[in-house]
Design a binder for this molecule. Structure first.
Ligand code: FAD
Length: 338
C-alpha cells in the first residue's frame, strides 16, 4: 500500500489553509513533528463558516461500514488510535443502534453488514442507558466507537497546535499562490476554484435541550432513508442529525425538521417536551466517488472530499500527509500525485 518515492523536503514553512477538522489535524501533526506551521482561517474563532461546525462528531468506523467503502474503515480505525493518543479525554463510550418493529429487516441487515458489535436485550439496553428502559426489545452495541463535540474539540485542537509551536491566524483569507513553502489546502468546499469536481451534500441538524433524558453515547435509529441519530452534548443538550440531501441549498426544511424531531420522539417520548435550541445545516465536501483524496501538485497538497466522515478520518489523513512530506511515502488508495 505504501511506496517510498522521494526524499524529505527540508525545513520549508508549512501553511495550512482552512481550520476545519481536516486543517486542524494537519496543523497539529505537522507542528508536533517540528515544522514551522501557520494555520490560516478566513472566519473568526467560532468557525461557523466551516462544515465542521455543524457536524455530529461521531467517530464510528464500525457503524459506517454498513454503507461506506473499506477505505473509510481503514482510515477511521487508524484515526481512533490517534484521537486516543492526542486527546485522551475523548469519550469512547461506544454507539447504540436501535430499531422499531417495522424496521426489523433493516436492523438485521445492519447487523450483518457491520462487525465488532454486541447484541443487547432490553435488560442490557437499560443497563447501558437507563433512560431507554422499556423502549426497545434489542439493540446493537459497538463498544469501541467514540464521539466528540465539534464546537468544543476544534478549540482544543487549536490550543494544542499553539502549544506545539504553530501559529493560528483567524480572519485570514489566503490564496495558496501567495504563500511560500509547503501549502496544505484544507478549504473544504471553498477549494472549488481548484477542485471543480467537489460538490456539497447538505446535512441538517437540530439541537434540543432537556434534563428528562440522559444518554452516555450516540443512539442511532434505523431509518429507511437516512442514518438518524441522537448525540448527547454537555449541559443536557442533544444533537439530532442528520439528513443527507444532494443540494447546496442552506437551511432546514420543514420535512427534515419533522423527520429529525420525529426520530428523537420515537427514541424517547420525553424529547417531545425538550426546548429547541438551534436548527442548522452544513454542506459536506464530496468528490463524485464520495471518497477522501490527498492530491499532490508540487509543493501544494490538497486534502479534501471528507464528505460524511471528516471527524472520523482527519487524523489519519494528516498522518499520511506528514509521512509523504517527511519520507515520501505514498498511500496509493488515497493519494494522487501529479
Ligand atoms: C450535519 C452534519 C453531520 C455530520 N456528522 C459527522 C459525524 O458525526 N462524523 C464525522 O466524521 N463527520 C460528520 N460530518 C462530516 C464532517 O462535518 C465533514 O466531513 C468535515 O467537516 C469536513 O471538514 P473540512 O475541514 O474538510 O471542511 P470545513 O469544515 O468546511 O473546513 C474548511 C475551512 O476552510 C476555510 N476556508 C475556505 N477558504 C479559505 C481561504 N481561502 N482562506 C482561509 N480559510 C478558508 C473555511 O472557512 C472552513 O473553516 C457531518 C457533516 C454534517 C453537515
Amino acid at each position: 500500500m505504501h511506496q517510498n518515492t522521494r526524499r524529505p523536503r527540508g525545513d520549508s514553512p508549512v501553511h495550512i489553509i482552512g481550520a476545519g477538522i481536516a486543517g486542524a489535524w494537519q496543523a497539529l501533526l505537522f507542528a508536533q513533528a517540528g515544522h514551522a506551521v501557520t494555520l490560516h482561517e478566513r472566519s473568526d474563532e467560532q468557525l461557523a463558516l466551516s462544515t465542521s461546525y455543524w457536524a455530529g462528531g461521531m467517530l464510528a468506523p464500525y457503524c459506517e461500514a454498513e454503507v461506506a467503502e473499506p477505505i473509510i474503515s481503514r482510515l477511521g480505525l487508524r484515526s481512533l488510535d490517534i484521537w486516543r493518543r492526542e486527546l485522551p479525554d475523548t469519550p469512547f463510550n461506544g454507539s447504540l443502534v436501535v430499531a422499531h418493529a417495522r424496521e426489523r429487516n433493516d436492523f438485521e441487515r445492519f447487523a450483518k453488514m457491520t462487525a465488532d458489535h454486541q447484541r443487547l436485550d432490553a435488560t442490557g439496553i437499560a443497563g447501558l442507558e437507563p433512560s431507554l428502559e422499556g423502549r426497545f426489545r434489542d439493540a446493537l452495541f459497538f463498544p469501541a466507537e467514540g464521539h466528540v463535540e465539534p464546537r468544543r474539540v476544534l478549540p482544543k485542537l487549536l490550543e494544542r497546535i499553539r502549544a506545539a509551536g504553530g501559529t493560528v491566524c483567524f480572519n485570514s483569507e489566503v490564496n495558496s499562490k501567495d504563500l511560500d513553502g509547503i501549502v496544505i489546502d484544507c478549504r473544504g468546499l471553498g477549494a472549488r476554484d481548484e477542485e471543480p469536481e467537489l460538490r456539497g451534500v447538505k446535512g441538517e441538524m437540530i439541537l434540543i435541550e432537556t434534563d428528562e433524558v440522559e444518554l452516555a453515547r450516540p443512539v442511532r435509529l434505523i431509518h429507511p432513508r437516512w442514518p438518524l441519530y441522537v448525540i448527547p452534548r454537555e449541559d443536557h443538550v442533544f444533537m439530532l442529525g442528520a439528513t443527507s440531501i444532494e443540494t447546496e441549498d442552506w437551511g432546514v426544511s420543514v420535512r427534515s425538521a419533522l423527520e429529525l424531531l420525529g426520530a428523537a420522539y420515537s427514541v424517547h417520548p420525553a424529547f417531545a417536551e425538550a426546548r429547541i435550541v438551534e436548527f442548522g445545516s452544513g454542506l459536506r465536501p464530496a468528490y463524485p466517488d464520495n471518497l477522501p483524496r490527498i492530491s499532490v501538485r508540487g509543493s501544494n497538497i490538497a486534502v479534501n472530499g471528507l464528505y460524511r466522515h471528516g471527524f472520523l478520518m482527519a487524523p489519519a489523513l494528516a498522518e499520511l500527509t506528514l509521512r509523504f512530506v517527511e519520507r515520501g511515502m505514498i498511500d496509493n488508495e488515497v493519494m494522487r500525485c501529479g
